[in-house]
Write a protein that binds this ligand. Structure first.
Ligand code: ADP
Length: 160
C-alpha cells in the first residue's frame, strides 16, 4: 500500500528550510504532497499562484513530491487525498506550542490522520519565510536561504 503524507503551509516563499524537510520526507514516504494554502490568515507577499509556481519550480528535480494548492479545510483536503499523515517542520521550541495546538485540532477534525514532525539540518533551523522577506526588503543578500529562482522573484518584489 502506498503511503501519502501532506506537507501544508503558506510557503511565502519556499525556503531551503522547507526544501530540506521535503527531501527528508521523500525518503520516508511514497508520495509527499506539498500543499500550498490558499486561505491563509497571513497577508502574503506572493499570491497563491506565485507561491505554487515557485514551489513547483524549485522542487522539480525531486522525485516523489507533488505540489498542489488547496482552499478550505486542510483536514478535508487530506482525507480526499487519502493521506495517512500531516507533516510539519520544527525549528525550535518556539514552534512547538502552535504546532501542538494545530496537531490536536487536526486530530479532532481527522482522527485517522497522524501529525508527524521533522527537523531541518542545523544550518536551516533559523530560516523563516518572514525573516527572508524582511532581509530582502531591506536589500540584504538572501542567496544562502532560498533557491536562486526564489531569490530572483524576491528581487522583483523589492527592486532597489
Ligand atoms: P504556515 O503558515 O502554515 O506556518 P510556513 O510556510 O511558514 O506555513 O511553514 C510551513 C511549515 O514548514 C511549518 O511547519 C513550519 O514550521 C515549517 N518550516 C518553516 N521554515 C522552516 C525551516 N527553516 N526548517 C524547517 N521547517 C520549517
Amino acid at each position: 500500500m502506498s503511503r501519502t503524507i501532506i506537507y501544508p503551509g503558506t510557503f511565502d516563499p519556499i525556503t531551503f528550510g522547507h526544501m530540506d524537510i521535503v527531501k527528508r520526507a521523500t525518503r520516508l514516504f511514497d508520495n509527499v504532497i506539498l500543499a500550498v494554502a490558499g486561505d491563509s490568515s497571513k497577508n502574503s507577499l506572493f499570491c497563491y499562484d506565485e507561491r505554487i509556481a515557485l514551489c513547483r519550480e524549485v522542487l522539480s528535480d525531486i522525485d516523489g513530491i507533488e505540489v498542489v494548492g488547496f482552499r478550505g479545510l486542510l483536514a478535508n483536503f487530506a482525507q480526499e487525498k487519502n493521506a495517512c499523515a500531516f507533516l510539519r517542520g520544527l525549528r525550535a521550541v518556539s514552534d512547538f506550542e502552535f504546532e501542538f495546538q494545530l496537531a490536536n485540532m487536526n486530530r479532532r477534525l481527522a482522527p485517522e490522520i497522524e501529525s508527524l514532525f521533522l527537523t531541518p539540518a542545523e544550518q536551516y533551523s533559523f530560516i523563516s519565510s518572514s525573516l527572508v522577506k524582511e532581509v530582502a526588503s531591506l536589500g540584504g543578500d538572501i542567496t544562502e536561504f532560498v533557491h536562486p529562482i526564489v531569490a530572483v522573484a524576491l528581487k522583483d518584489k523589492f527592486p532597489s
